[in-house]
Design a protein around this ligand. Structure first.
Ligand SMILES: [Zn+2]
Length: 224
């Protein structure tokens, strides 16, 4: 009995300027099967990951999360930010939708690196907010760039995206890099006493569309 099925071939990926697709494999996860595509940046050897659910090539309005690595919350359970929750929500969303991409970019601490992020935390303990602390260390507010994310999406042949984010800068960043954003899917997370200041600062400084504070602001308004 001969097997007449065509040999399985990997979909052809578009060549990209700075990234190469280094490897890919299906990984079973708590949320089902996810294709894990590893991109390597030719400029610095840094590896970024695309977790892909379902068929996304040639599709419009693919749910996409552009997520920056956060070791402290994702691995250690730090409560200083909401990154882990954001990542979990995005993975929930794409797996429930049966289609989507979570880009996991290795740019710790808004691009300043782990060591400097911890330095910034030390400054925050002295009363600086997250942006002041970064500036104190000589870094710009946000060193993340969206060219990597855009290249990854182009390489996956995604036509346009529904972006899972509260951050208008992310939408602008992707659009600037030539990725059409069809709409925004809000990302809801919960605050705790440790990250409430961080979340508020994020909203005030960068116009993050965080809708968690309605109740709290009401009580503040009353108190004020
Ligand atoms: Zn974080």
């Amino acid at each position: 009995m001969s097997d007449t099925r065509p040999p399985q071939v990997l979909p052809s990926r578009k060549p990209t300027q700075n990234l190469e697709i280094y490897s890919e494999a299906d990984i079973p996860t708590e949320r089902g099967m996810m294709k894990t595509v590893v991109f390597r940046d030719r400029r610095n050897g840094r590896e970024h990951v695309a977790l892909v659910v379902g068929e996304v090539a040639d599709k419009e309005g693919v749910p996409v999360r552009v997520h920056s690595e956060c070791l402290t919350s994702e691995v250690f359970g730090s409560l200083k930010c909401d990154c882990r929750q954001q990542l979990d929500r995005a993975l929930d969303f794409v797996s429930q939708a049966g289609c989507g991409v979570v880009l996991y970019l290795r740019q710790e601490g808004r691009g300043i690196g782990l060591g400097n992020k911890i330095k910034a935390y030390a400054l925050q303990a002295k009363g600086y907010d997250t942006y002041e602390a970064n500036r104190q260390l000589g870094f710009a507010d946000d060193l993340r760039s969206y060219d990597i994310a855009a290249e990854m999406l182009r390489s996956l042949d995604v036509r346009s995206v529904d972006l899972i984010t509260n951050n208008p800068l992310k939408i602008a960043g992707l659009v600037e890099e030539g990725i059409p954003v069809r709409r925004r899917i809000p990302s809801r997370t919960e605050h705790n006493p440790h990250n409430v200041g961080y979340l508020k600062t994020k909203r005030e400084r960068t116009g993050h569309l965080i809708e968690l504070f309605a109740e709290e602001e009401d009580s503040e308004a009353k108190a004020g």
